[in-house]
Every structure is written in structure tokens, then in C-alpha cells.
Design a protein around this ligand. Structure first.
Ligand code: SF4
Length: 336
């Protein structure tokens, strides 16, 4: 298992910014304990650091800092139209961590945030209590690893475990923990539960090499998924974003064949397929900094403020990947 990649960041975070009001919060203490040599800097508000003007996201990626903060309001958001709701009526997402330790070239976070530093909202109990009120009204489907990769970050802050434990006590809540990480060992001690889905994003190895810097290999992800299936977890596979790259048919064919040569297709809960898409303004911001990326400078078409491949290419990509997957799993398990 490719554990070293998931621990790369443990040498980062030379500096940790801490909002004064949460200096003694138990999560703050836990994180600081993990980085005893980091320089600690107290700040009044995380935005004083995170939203400073004239920052360069792409330079900051080389030396990320950690920011421990408190979130004051709006803990749970209604799901966005660019995300799959898997047939759930009450679809929400939450972001207890902003930014990600991985560096995917196609990631919208690069165009959304002014900084590459990572913010952890330590007051996870307030996320839980807002959700508690929502659950009084109706069941909730919640994507918890949004705007980050929570499992990859579990060795810094154990939010994935905390969400899983919370979900186990709330049967009306369904959570999805989406990841590219192979850090399954960090949650393996927890018993699986019907209302928790572990979702892995899969890409052809060529795309991982080229566009998913610092993420584990396809093979390592598959071995990790297999272990979680054997342990009884519900697993979702996400072939998303599908990229229109050279020899894409060959690469996606190999990727899907490798996937089902390692994973038992009948044990997969469901599969999502989606092509690259990104809100217009985020792509505009990223393009200004990544002037030499053919992937991002492709002549996308804009529909309702979202850039994606032209209809005909989208169709080709989706049809091909769908047909490949459909030879292993029934159509009712495939979400587009
Ligand atoms: S793993 Fe997801 S959140 Fe992290 S950089 Fe890649 S696309 Fe962005």
C-alpha cells in the first residue's frame, strides 16, 4: 500500500496559524501535538492569513501552511448541481477543511480559494449540531469530503473517523466520504455501517501520472478498496472527472479492466461517471496561472456558467466509459 505518499505532508506545515479563540480547543491541541516543531502564530481571524491580497496559490502549494480556525455559521450547504446526488432528495455537503494535500491539475479549488494553505475548522461539534437540527426535519444525504480529501488528511485531524462515528448514531443520515487516498488504515478500526459510503475516485494511471500529483497509484487505490470491501464497507467508485486525453479510449479501457480484475463487481454499491467540468470564474482564475496546460486551455463550451467539453465529446467519453463499466455491473448501479 502506498502509505508514504499519504504521509508526504507530515513534513509540511512549518508554520501553523491559530485563531486565538480556539487556542485551547481539543482538536487544536491534537493537531499541534502532531507538529511539535512547527512555528505557531496566533491570529485574530483565519481570513487575515487565508484571504490576504496578492497571494499566489500555485507558489504556495510548494510550502503549505496550516490554519486552525473556528467556523461561525453555515456548516451544512445544499448540494450543487454539478454534483451527483445518487437519487437522494435531501443532498447536502459540508467543508470542515478547506483545501487539499493533493495537487490535481483539474481541481477547482485552485480557482476558488485565494490561498493554497489549508484551513481546519476545529469546531466540528458545531457542524454536528447544525446537522442535528436538519435531521429533525428530514433524512439527509451528506457529502463530507468536499473541498478537500478528508481521508488523506486523517493523520492530521481525525474528522473522517468523527463523522463516521456520528453517522453510526444517526440512521437517517447517509454520508459519503470521497477520496483518492489509500489511508484506509486510519479508519479501519471502525466497524462498517449501512449508512456510510466510502467512495474512491479512479483514473487511468497515465492521468494520475500527468494530472494527479501526489496521489496514490491506481493499483494502490484498488488494493485499498478491496480491503475495505472485504471488511464489509459499502463502496462507491467514481470515474470522475473523465478527461479527454490522448489515447483516452485505451487508457480508460485499461483502467476499467484493471479495476474489475481486482475488485468484485457484484460487491460495489454503485458507480458514478462524469466528465471534467468547472465553474467559469474558477477556470478563468486557474488559466491565468497555468498558461501552459493543454488540459485546462482546451476550448471548452460554457453552459449555465459551467465549462465542459463540447456535447459531442462528452457523449463519446460517457458512452465509452459507460459501456465498459456496464459489461461488469448492471445499469441501475451506474449514475451519470
Ligand atoms: S483530490 Fe480532489 S480536492 Fe484534492 S486536489 Fe485532487 S481534485 Fe482537488
Amino acid at each position: 500500500m502506498n502509505k508514504s505518499k499519504d504521509n508526504l505532508f507530515m513534513n509540511s506545515f512549518s508554520h501553523i496559524y491559530i485563531e486565538k479563540s480556539i487556542a485551547t480547543h481539543p482538536i487544536t491541541k491534537k493537531v499541534l501535538h502532531r507538529f511539535p516543531h512547527a512555528t505557531r502564530i496566533e491570529v485574530n481571524h483565519y481570513k487575515d492569513v487565508f484571504c490576504r491580497t496578492r497571494q499566489n496559490f500555485f507558489l504556495q502549494k510548494n510550502s503549505r501552511k496550516l490554519i486552525l480556525a473556528v467556523k461561525k455559521d453555515r456548516f451544512i450547504y445544499p448540494g450543487t448541481k454539478v454534483c451527483q446526488n445518487f437519487g437522494n432528495e435531501h443532498f447536502y455537503y459540508t467543508s470542515s477543511v478547506l483545501n487539499c494535500i493533493y495537487e490535481c491539475d483539474y481541481c477547482y479549488l485552485q480557482g476558488m480559494y485565494p490561498s493554497a494553505n489549508i484551513v481546519v475548522f476545529v469546531n466540528i461539534e458545531d457542524f454536528f449540531s447544525e446537522l442535528e437540527s436538519l435531521l429533525q426535519k428530514h433524512p439527509v444525504y451528506l457529502s463530507i469530503s468536499y473541498d478537500t480529501d478528508l481521508l488523506a488528511f486523517e493523520n492530521v485531524v481525525p474528522f473522517a473517523s468523527m463523522w463516521i462515528q456520528y453517522a453510526r448514531r444517526h440512521p437517517d443520515l447517509q454520508i459519503e466520504l470521497r477520496t483518492k487516498s489509500v489511508n484506509y488504515s486510519a479508519i479501519r478500526h471502525l466497524p462498517p455501517s449501512e449508512n456510510i459510503v466510502l467512495a474512491w475516485t479512479l483514473s487511468p494511471q497515465e492521468a494520475i501520472n500527468e494530472f494527479e500529483q501526489k496521489t496514490p497509484s491506481l493499483n494502490a487505490r484498488l488494493k485499498c478498496i478491496k480491503q475495505s470491501i472485504n471488511d464489509g464497507w459499502k463502496v462507491r467508485l467514481c470515474f470522475d472527472p473523465i478527461l479527454y486525453i490522448e489515447k483516452w479510449q485505451e487508457h480508460y479501457k485499461q483502467c476499467i479492466q484493471e479495476t474489475f480484475s481486482i475488485l468484485p463487481a457484484e460487491k460495489i454499491k454503485d458507480i458514478s461517471i462524469g466528465v471534467f467540468r468547472m465553474p467559469r470564474d474558477y477556470l478563468k482564475n486557474i488559466r491565468k496561472n497555468k498558461i501552459d496546460s493543454p488540459l485546462l486551455h482546451y476550448p471548452f463550451e460554457c453552459k449555465n456558467g459551467i465549462y465542459s467539453y463540447p456535447e459531442q465529446i462528452t457523449r463519446q467519453l460517457i458512452d465509452f466509459v459507460y459501456q465498459m463499466i456496464h459489461s461488469y455491473v448492471p445499469s441501475e448501479k451506474i449514475y451519470l
